[in-house]
Design a binder for this molecule. Structure first.
Ligand SMILES: Cc1cc2nc3c(=O)[nH]c(=O)nc-3n(C[C@H](O)[C@H](O)[C@H](O)COP(=O)(O)O)c2cc1C
Length: 450
């Protein structure tokens, strides 16, 4: 029986596209990293196609590694800070949502609560925070640490961090503002609340000095698939970004996370599992493959080694491309994302050459990518959606705007023909369009009889 709901779509944004060689694509504006028009164009294309949101991955650090490789790959070396960017994009668009990544390991809760609440007002209720605890040493070096803090500490701090932010976002009850010039009353003092949080990592008095959000509170996304990651997602997340490499692995992950929600009093309909997928589409399979080949042929071998090494937390400089992956260089235990590490190491242990692995990752990320015709792409999405492995997809476009334009022109009409994707937005806020319930304000809820 077909699902009654429709799948959700988001545009994953690395400035020029997911593929590290994307900036060399003829359609790419090489100045796009420091001028708003390129990413505004991507936002407007996604909005015109009725996508749910634009997804900004991020890490508060320049990458560290082979200088030759980094000088050839702008992805992590020159990009906008995401909250600044979505503030600007949100006032230049009307309906598209904005998911910005911010780390609980290197921010203070009061700052982040205030920034996201402000962007939610600026955008009329289209802001979403992608909660991460960070995943590379280079971030820790910028925040008084000698590398990435331990996984357990990051999640302990992260869980408390999210609770404090939720508490601050509840400071003003939804109807606290009175705004009565005649009586001179601006807000109802009984509907503004002080948090007085004292915990292991934070001491935050509050209240937050901005009124309640137009969508109750900004939407919460989360990326991180380890045991504490799944607990945090089940307790707090409304969108989960995953990179599991197959339908079966995504389905198991979705069931694992959603299966934990009841104990937190949450409905599974309030969590959208959205795998990231790399899609290369063409009128014919050959045309789609030619687009992949162009990027792979323009991917400098040093950049390929750095890209894979960065994902696996190791340095692959000088490793032979026609030899199997140098397993001795693989760390015993990842510092960053356990989920991501596990996804790729299973594939690496199959004995492929390094050259093959670089090509595989550049074309398909951890493996959940597809190169093909519009019908093949729609079949792929319909199968994962109907199987419950995905409630939607985050499109990791190899190049921007070209791959996004291809998907919108070739695949969206097919998804609509099958009744799988919306023809128009359901509402004006991100929460309404995602079909998420409005979270109750804890103080207003406490007033309710019974
Ligand atoms: C699909 C996915 C995407 C991620 N994206 C980011 C990101 O953009 N920025 C970042 O700092 N960390 C990112 N992370 C890692 C998170 O910081 C995560 O909290 C941390 O690495 C722990 O991950 P784990 O729960 O999988 O062990 C991502 C993780 C996953 C699984």
């Amino acid at each position: 029986m077909a699902r009654p709901d429709k799948l959700k779509l988001g545009t994953f944004v690395y400035t020029f596209g997911f593929n590290p060689a994307a900036w060399r694509h003829p359609d790419v504006d090489v100045n796009g990293a420091n001028r708003i028009d390129h990413l505004l164009n991507v936002a407007k294309m996604s909005e015109a196609a009725k996508f749910d949101f634009m997804f900004l991955a991020d890490s508060p650090a320049a990458a560290i590694g082979d200088p030759e490789a980094l000088s050839r790959s702008p992805t992590k070396m020159n990009r906008f800070e995401p909250l600044s960017l979505i503030s600007a994009l949100s006032v230049l668009t009307e309906r598209i949502g904005f998911v910005a990544t911010a780390s609980t390991s290197f921010y203070e809760p009061f700052n982040l609560a205030r920034i996201f609440a402000s962007i939610d007002h600026l955008s009329g209720g289209r802001a979403c925070w992608n909660v991460v605890t960070s995943d590379h040493d280079e971030t820790g070096y910028n925040y008084n640490f000698d590398g990435l803090p331990p996984h357990s500490w990051r999640y302990e701090r992260g869980a408390e961090f999210v609770d404090v932010v939720f508490g601050l976002w509840d400071s003003y009850e939804p109807d606290a503002l009175i705004l009565d010039k005649a009586s001179g009353l601006y807000y109802d003092k009984d509907k503004l609340h002080t948090l007085n949080h004292k915990g292991t990592h934070f001491q935050v008095r509050g209240p937050l000095n901005i009124a309640a959000s137009p969508q109750g509170r900004p939407v919460i996304a989360q990326a991180g698939g380890s045991e504490p990651g799944m607990e945090l997602a089940a307790r707090t997340a409304e969108i989960v970004f995953s990179l599991a490499s197959s339908l079966e692995r995504n389905k198991a992950f979705a069931e694992n996370v959603k299966g934990r929600m009841a104990k937190f009093g949450r409905q599974t309909s309030d969590l959208k599992m959205m795998p990231g997928v790399v899609i290369n589409v063409g009128e014919t399979k050959a045309e789609a493959q030619a687009k992949v080949n162009f990027l792979i042929d323009n991917l400098h071998p040093d950049v390929g080694r750095w890209m894979l090494g960065e994902f696996l937390e190791t340095d692959l400089s000088g490793a032979a491309l026609d030899e199997p992956f140098p397993m001795e260089r693989l760390p015993a235990e990842p510092k960053g994302s356990k989920a991501l590490f596990e996804e790729l190491t299973d594939y690496i242990r199959k004995g492929h050459t390094l050259g093959h692995l670089i090509r595989h990752y550049a074309e398909k990320s951890t493996g959940n990518g597809i190169t093909g015709t519009p019908t093949e792409i729609a079949d792929f999405m319909e199968e994962w959606f109907e199987a419950g492995a995905a409630d939607g997809f985050i499109l990791m476009c190899p190049t921007l705007p070209a791959s996004l334009a291809d998907f919108i022109r070739l695949v969206v009409p097919e998804l609509r023909r099958r009744g799988l994707f919306r023809d128009d937005y359901e509402g004006s806020t991100l929460r309404e369009n995602l079909g998420l319930s409005l979270p109750a304000n804890r103080y207003a809820a406490a007033r309710q009889p019974g």
